[in-house]
Write a protein that binds this ligand. Structure first.
Ligand code: SF4
Length: 606
């Protein structure tokens, strides 16, 4: 990790605790210090290695601007890193301050680290910012009362925290709490967080987080953003120049963290058009509101190369009463049309969210929400538990709504007035099952078939759940083959069993396999794939335009997989032709599509 010690730096005096330093003077612990000679460590603890912590870069820039003599070190960990080694890396070099960015996924870990750092670095002060800062501040309050205060919490944005914070920091005399709200600043603006060396050090092989706006036009009662009042959009020209810099480093993924990226549709479209015109393979992720799409946006999105954009659309529930109770003003029918239309474009990966445990959501209404979002045709249906986050408006309803939730982050819901604990547990496993079976590229044509039949998908998933729970599925690795076996078990009891097997074979082969697993083998009484290949080898012409030439005909047959299919299967995969004996030919090459499936040809008998 790089140090940012300035050459002009000079140690004037060593920091030592004076004998009175454990007593408060105007809310401040006084240290005998004229300047800071030990580094400040800025620490991000991410959920995964590929994630990065945007806050670190903002804090670094503000510290360098306001305290030019400090040496700063950036460190990033993941929540799964070895705890003791993390502690050693934090304590190494005797830092004067350690800054953490606390979020729901890392706040328990930060609490633990803060307590242990107090033991191994008694002179170091921990400074905690981020969405969970206030909660951790309250937890450390007890220690503060007992005279062991060595922690500062910063509420709000670092740009707004004010000069007193930096003066106290340089004087080694920090209070236990500072506050600053971006929307109360006189001149609303926030600078670009990154510099060139970040991309080769701290951001190497990681997703790049970027925000082009702050604030959210909605106020969902379960969300921390509901407390923020205001919206701010960076100038379009500034956004473009910052994105040019990011894209010059060819990142794999750029995640826009704007709470509602299409808040102003024309602006969103202008940014998309700019990004699409830039060369490269970067994937861009956006959080979108389903009710802010215009015809111009649809027209543009239809022209996109598949897989460049990924949208996350919060549906949360399709129960009107629930949506009203959580202040989410999105018409479910409108949202349905939006997702349906976006899915029809075939160019954008669509992720929709449902929340389990919202007010007035019963078992029946949650299942209805699930059926609705399944019918929308999104690629990924995330069904997360409601979290009763401290300081969100939903906390005021805890008693009235009978919310029981975990004491520790992420404060997941256990029971509500409308869903008892046993039902919550059943719906949780149901959601886990959907995550495993639906949210991947394994069974696309199978789900499409069920969607077209308007089958009660909730009932089908419950049947799969019963089979999975009986066989200990959740304790095993959820491989594509294991899930295939479970679906074949389900199919065995159905009238459309043969068609389902065909759909599952098609999905399996399009994922790139060049064999069929045991559960999908073709019945011995019918034509086997090897026989189909041999028949076609003899009957197909010596050359076929755009498919093979004389000199690579053998290679074509060696590398492709052939499978006889039924007429109905032909219709189900979108070929409206009538033909006897259609045959699939799965090629080794991948198509240019969202899931990059293997290409498929269809041969007909004359
Ligand atoms: S739209 Fe999203 S970010 Fe905005 S308040 Fe609702 S949940 Fe929070």
């Amino acid at each position: 990790m790089k140090h940012f010690a300035l050459p002009s730096y000079k140690v004037i005096s060593k920091i030592t605790f004076c004998s009175k330093s454990l007593h408060s003077h105007n809310h401040c612990k006084v240290l005998q210090v004229n300047t800071i000679h030990q580094p400040i460590k800025l620490v991000g603890i991410n959920a995964r290695f590929t994630h990065s912590c945007l806050a670190l870069f903002y804090v670094r820039n503000e510290l360098e601007k306001n305290c030019p003599d400090v040496a700063i070190e950036l460190l990033q960990f993941t929540i799964n890193d070895n705890y003791y080694e993390m502690l050693l890396r934090l304590s190494q070099g005797d830092p004067r301050y350690i800054f953490f960015s606390a979020a729901i996924w890392n706040s328990s870990l930060i609490e633990k680290l803060t307590l242990d750092l107090r033991l191994c670095l008694p002179a170091c002060r921990v400074v905690i910012g981020g969405p969970q800062a206030s909660v951790l501040g309250d937890r450390f309050n007890g220690l503060e009362q007992s005279g062991q205060d060595s922690c500062t919490v910063v509420l709000g944005e670092i740009e707004a925290v004010g000069q007193k914070f930096y003066r106290d920091l340089q004087a080694g005399c920090m209070r236990s709490r500072y506050e600053g709200s971006f929307f109360s600043m006189k001149d609303l603006s926030f600078a670009y967080p990154y510099r060139p060396s970040d991309f080769t050090e701290h951001l190497l092989n990681k997703h790049i987080y970027y925000e082009s706006s702050k604030g959210c036009p909605f106020g969902c009662t379960y969300c921390l953003s509901a407390a923020e009042k205001g919206l701010y959009h960076k100038e379009l020209a500034t956004v473009k120049s910052e994105l040019i810099d990011i894209l010059s480093h060819q990142p794999k993924v750029v995640r826009f963290i704007d709470r509602t990226f299409n808040d102003v549709p024309a602006r969103a479209l202008a940014i998309w058009q700019f990004l699409a015109a830039e060369a490269g393979e970067t994937l861009f992720h956006f959080e979108m509101a389903p009710d802010r799409f215009t015809e111009e946006m649809y027209d543009f999105l239809a022209t996109l190369a598949p897989g460049r954009f990924q949208f996350e659309l919060g549906i949360q529930s399709t129960n009107e009463r629930t949506l009203t109770a959580v202040h989410r003003r999105v018409d479910p029918a409108y949202a349905h049309r939006t997702v349906n239309r976006l899915a029809g474009l075939g160019t954008i990966h669509l992720h929709v969210d449902l929340i389990l445990g919202l007010p007035y959501e019963t078992h029946e209404s949650f299942m209805a929400s699930f059926r609705d979002v399944f019918a929308m045709g999104a690629h990924y249906i995330q069904m997360g538990l409601l979290k009763i986050l401290p300081d969100t408006p939903i906390c005021q309803d805890v008693e009235e709504a009978g919310y029981l939730f975990c004491h520790e982050p992420p404060y997941a819901i256990l029971q509500t007035n409308w869903i008892d604990h046993a039902t919550m547990s059943e719906l949780y496993w149901f959601s886990e099952l959907v995550e495993k079976f639906h949210n991947n590229r394994y069974f696309g044509s199978f789900w499409g078939y069920l969607r077209r039949r308007q089958e009660d998908i909730g009932v089908l998933f419950k049947e799969i759940l019963a089979i999975c729970q009986r066989s200990g599925f959740f304790q095993l690795a959820a491989t594509q083959e294991l899930m295939c076996r479970k679906l074949v078990e389900i199919a065995a009891k159905r009238e459309d069993k043969e068609l389902i097997l065909e759909l599952l074979r098609y999905d399996w082969l399009r994922c790139g396999f060049r064999f069929l697993p045991d559960c999908l083998l073709v019945d011995g009484s019918t034509e086997q794939p090897e026989q189909t290949k041999s028949i076609l080898y003899k009957s197909l012409p010596a050359e076929m335009d755009g498919i093979y030439r004389k000199n690579n005909r053998n290679q074509f047959f060696r590398k492709s997989y052939f499978l006889r299919i039924s007429q109905q299967m032909l219709w189900e995969i979108g070929m409206k032709a009538d033909s006897s004996n259609p045959c699939l030919c799965i090629l080794p090459e991948r198509e240019i599509s969202l899931y990059k499936f293997n290409k498929v040809l269809i041969f007909f008998d004359k």
